[in-house]
Design a protein. Sequence first.
Length: 258
Amino acid sequence: MESLIGAKVVVTGAGRGIGAALARRFAAEGAQVVVNDRHPERAGAVAAEIGGTALPGDACAIVPAALDALGGTVDIFCANAGIAPTGGPETPEEVWDSALEVNLKAHVRAARELLPGWLERGRGRFVATVSAAGMTTMIGSAPYSVSKHAALAFAEWLAVTYRHRGIEVHAVCPRGVRTGLHHVSEGSADLMLTSAAIGPEEVADAVLKGIEEGRFLILPHPEAADHAAARVTDHEGWLDGINVLQQRLEDRNRRATA
Ligand SMILES: NC(=O)c1ccc[n+]([C@@H]2O[C@H](COP(=O)([O-])OP(=O)(O)OC[C@H]3O[C@@H](n4cnc5c(N)ncnc54)[C@H](O)[C@@H]3O)[C@@H](O)[C@H]2O)c1
């Protein structure tokens, strides 16, 4: 891996949580970091802390301004911003649209805008914060599960298509991470944020290690590989197991409202 000293890095959704940890970690390695968040005060606070550049705004349309801020080149783009709405097919259309916009289409747009320059230079690195939900599922949230599967599929497609042309792609797939993301996910969040939950700094460590090792799939929780393997090799058993968790959640919610 090339040195991170002076590397031009963009992290979306970096005002808190995993994105903020990534921004801090890249800055600590000597990178020049653009800190994006749709909450300007969050982007400003993290940028001030790490000596980076705040870029408030929607991650879905951030690349031109990021290129401007970095003098026309991005070395590493971290498509990290994400939202986790709860619900199934009854979830309002606009909520489905937002999940697909932020969790998937922001990645597609960024790649569309960055690839021409990267292919010309023969170099570029795309880090997608996906989720273990992209390899398995997320109880209680169909828009999250579906958009994260799609984000993983897109990252894989990029890797398959451009690996031989100097483009490196990483898909980061953590399980529970202690951030503000799941405050709206009620019961399902408790199931994810079990004792296996880790801090955002551990995700950032795993990302740096994954970049160093040149790995596509970065699993801050190694057991996620076993869960994904079980899903493929014994899909019926895997579905039964997850459904038991779903039933447990329903029982608990019933007791809580009784
Ligand atoms: N927390 C977890 O358990 C967990 C697990 C697996 C994957 N992830 C993924 O990690 C990523 C970061 O999640 P987190 O847990 O740090 O969440 P978080 O909510 O703590 O932080 C996300 C930040 O992104 C910002 N953001 C959201 N939508 C945005 C947009 N359209 N444009 C710009 N900024 C936007 C928010 O304002 C927030 O500051 C997400 O993609 C999430 O799906 C999280």
